[in-house]
Design a protein around this ligand. Structure first.
Ligand SMILES: Nc1ncnc2c1ncn2[C@@H]1O[C@H](COP(=O)(O)OP(=O)(O)OP(=O)(O)O)[C@@H](O)[C@H]1O
Ligand SMILES: [Mg+2]
Length: 245
């Protein structure tokens, strides 16, 4: 066994029923906001929910949650216990790095991933949502390889012609590797335009989220986010994802 942490990770995740990494080939399509809202809406339905920020270079779920990294507690008890934030168990590399930039080479990313997952005690969770950086790189390959059969990838895309090819590529990689795809979320789109694409790829279409022009003013304030059409749509999507509809 090359890395003993790989033996520990499945034990640490033993109480987690489903793991949903949020992925996209392209950057800036809304993974961070959607993964955070998926976690919050899932928790609002009474499900035990976790959120892990795996974007080591540019962690930003704490901004959506309104969490100050300098005030994040590190709760240690036979490892690290994720902090409870707005009812969800939340973990980001920012508990260690605060707001310091952390450029990492591939090997350091792999180490950070394994260390974080080997030391974290998630306990019992119905769903763990994972925000990831754009593309498919070390973080994704690690999680696809080591997080096992509880994984269901949520793909996020915008309806731009520039996105189509990259969604096809990502889906192809995942399907070829026999990874389960929970479905496609179309963001910043007032009408569903990617249904046909999802159909052609034989993946579920989970829904479209409209473009909300003043969303940036609401980021960091859950009460304000709750009143937006994005929240409403993500709630529909999470119901579909969790099999309630
Ligand atoms: N439905 C939406 N309506 C309006 N603006 C949106 C919407 N979804 C996301 N945005 C905005 O788009 C920008 C990118 O969103 P976000 O950071 O969530 O994308 P990302 O895919 O996580 O980006 P990266 O690939 O850099 O991690 C943000 O300014 C966000 O507020
Ligand atoms: Mg992001």
């Amino acid at each position: 066994m090359s890395d003993p942490r790989l033996l520990v990770i499945p034990k640490r995740l033993a109480g987690v029923k489903k793991i949903y990494p949020i992925m996209s080939s392209k950057g800036g399509v809304g993974k961070t906001i959607i993964s955070t809202l998926l976690a919050l809406t899932s928790s609002s339905l009474g499900c035990k929910t976790g959120l892990l920020d795996l974007d080591f270079t540019n962690p930003s779920t704490h901004i959506v949650l309104g969490v100050n990294p300098w005030e994040q507690e590190i709760i240690e008890e036979k490892g690290i216990i994720p902090q409870l934030v707005h009812g969800i168990k939340y973990l980001s590399i920012t508990i260690f790095t605060r707001e310091n930039p952390t450029p990492m080479r591939g090997e350091a990313v792999v180490n950070a991933f394994r260390e974080l997952l080997a030391i974290t005690q998630w306990g019992e969770l119905d769903s763990l949502f994972i925000d990831t950086p754009p593309g498919i790189s070390d973080e994704h390959l690690e999680l696809l390889t080591y997080l096992g059969d509880k994984l269901e990838v949520v793909i996020v895309a915008t309806p731009s012609p520039l996105a189509i090819k990259s969604v096809e590529r990502l889906a192809e990689i995942l399907l070829e590797g026999n990874y389960k795809i929970a479905g496609l979320v179309e963001n910043m789109s007032d009408k569903p335009k990617l249904q046909k694409l999802a159909e052609n790829l034989r993946i579920d279409y989970l829904g479209n989220i409209p473009y909300v022009k003043d969303i940036d003013e609401k980021i960091g304030n859950i009460e304000l986010l709750r009143k937006t059409p994005i929240w409403e749509k993500v709630l529909e999507i999470v119901n579909r994802l969790l099999g309630n509809k």
